[in-house]
Design a protein around this ligand. Structure first.
Ligand SMILES: [Zn+2]
Length: 130
């Protein structure tokens, strides 16, 4: 199996609904996102997935979130904008972007700070390859 990773950063504000503590208040993070894509098949020139394509797909998602208040944006207007939910959101959006390619989104990690992160591992799609 091969794994390809791309990191990307963005800045955004959020407030955690229902959280008892200071994270309930509006505050911001310089988020970092790491996407791990996995698969067994390399293409004719030896790539699992083109870094350029992966970065472009990630950038497209981030452009909607960067320098915004996450709580105002769908789906975080109803889903808490936690690092966990952000990671799952990125995984779902990237899964759609790469559904025609023989790769899967193995994991997405979202850092809120240098020392705190959450990772989401999408469940493998049954019957899909690899
Ligand atoms: Zn926060």
């Amino acid at each position: 199996m091969y794994r390809v990773s791309v990191d990307y950063s963005f800045a955004a504000g959020h407030a955690l609904r229902g959280y008892k503590g200071k994270c309930e208040n509006v505050h911001g993070h310089n988020y970092k996102v790491r996407v791990n894509v996995a698969g067994d098949q390399l293409n004719a020139i030896g790539l699992l997935v083109d870094f350029v394509d992966l970065r472009a797909a990630l950038r497209k998602i981030i452009e909607r979130l960067d320098h915004r208040m996450l709580n105002d944006l769908e789906p975080f207007d109803r889903l808490n904008p936690s690092a966990e939910n952000l990671a799952a959101y990125f995984a779902a959006e990237l899964g759609r972007a790469f559904e025609s390619q023989p790769v899967r989104i193995e994991a997405v990690t979202v850092w809120e700070t240098d020392t705190t992160s959450a990772t989401y591992y999408p469940a493998p799609v049954r019957g899909a390859s690899p």
